[in-house]
Design a protein around this ligand. Structure first.
Ligand SMILES: [Zn+2]
Ligand SMILES: [Zn+2]
Length: 262
């Protein structure tokens, strides 16, 4: 078994290079494509290795948590990959992602609160990230190779089937939350990047509908996060579990979720 000290880039995943990377957030790109064919895993081996340790190590660091908060999680590819790796190695037990996205959707609810003065521009500012994805900022790409000693861990963490299975079972619950622009359905809901784009373009956006959806996700994520307590185990509903995908889609866009999980 490879130890976390042996993982090249491990300390770079939000630990050792804090302050050494640009504080300026990368442009928010709703349609960030990668080079992988449909059905492949969104991450490369080294990214999988780093994320296999992430929730048990770097993510516990307050400064890393602050960077995740400031960046609205990670970029779409690393967000999806993080949850896929967690689902793979913890067999669908998604405690760390549930806690992270409960936190982020509470931030989202605050960002969408009505404002009397300069409401549109203040909402846009509140929705913008102030940090880049911490894995991207550390230079982790899908091309990065993991050391041969980590092959068994990477192999165990690479399975996309557990998250695909969850997405399939929970689809009736998360489907209504999909952004109308990411899916091309023309529906009224917007992910955060498309909400920023529509508000910036002064397109018609029903913010009351967006607020109601975000609040719905917050309520479900509260219930989901609470269900990881011993005394409240098993109290979550399918809609509560589906809200994790809803939150990932809201924070970074739905395109990669729709591409990799359906
Ligand atoms: Zn990233
Ligand atoms: Zn969208």
């Amino acid at each position: 078994m490879v130890s976390r000290q042996d993982v090249p880039g491990f300390h770079g995943a939000g630990m050792g290079r804090v302050g050494a990377t640009s504080r300026e957030a990368a442009p928010d790109r709703p349609h960030q494509h990668d080079d992988q064919p449909p059905g492949a895993h969104p991450l490369g081996d080294q990214e999988i290795l780093v994320l296999a340790w992430f929730s048990a190590s770097s993510m516990q660091d307050p400064e890393v948590r602050a960077r995740l908060w400031a960046a609205w999680g990670m970029c779409p590819r690393h967000s999806l990959g993080f949850v896929a790796v967690e689902a793979s190695i913890y067999h669908g037990w998604l405690f760390a992602p549930a806690i992270l996205y409960e936190d982020l959707m509470e931030r989202a609810a605050g960002a969408l609160e009505p404002r009397r003065v300069n409401g549109r521009w203040r909402t846009i500012a509140a929705l913008q990230p102030s940090e880049p994805c911490l894995l991207c900022a550390d230079g982790l790409t899908a091309a990065a190779q993991a050391p041969a000693t980590a092959a068994s861990l990477v192999g165990a963490a690479r399975d996309l089937a557990p998250l695909r299975g969850l997405a399939a079972v929970l689809r009736p619950h998360w489907q209504p939350w999909v952004c109308g622009r990411c899916s091309g359905s023309g529906g009224p809901l917007r992910c955060r990047p498309h909400l920023i784009a529509d508000l910036t373009a002064r397109s018609a956006v029903d913010l009351a509908v967006q607020r109601a959806t975000v609040q719905e996700l917050v309520c479900h994520l509260h219930a989901y996060a609470r269900s990881f307590g011993w005394a409240t185990r098993g109290t979550e509903s399918d809609a509560d579990r589906a809200a994790l995908l809803g939150a990932i889609g809201w924070c970074g866009g739905w395109e990669l979720i729709l591409r990799y999980l359906i």
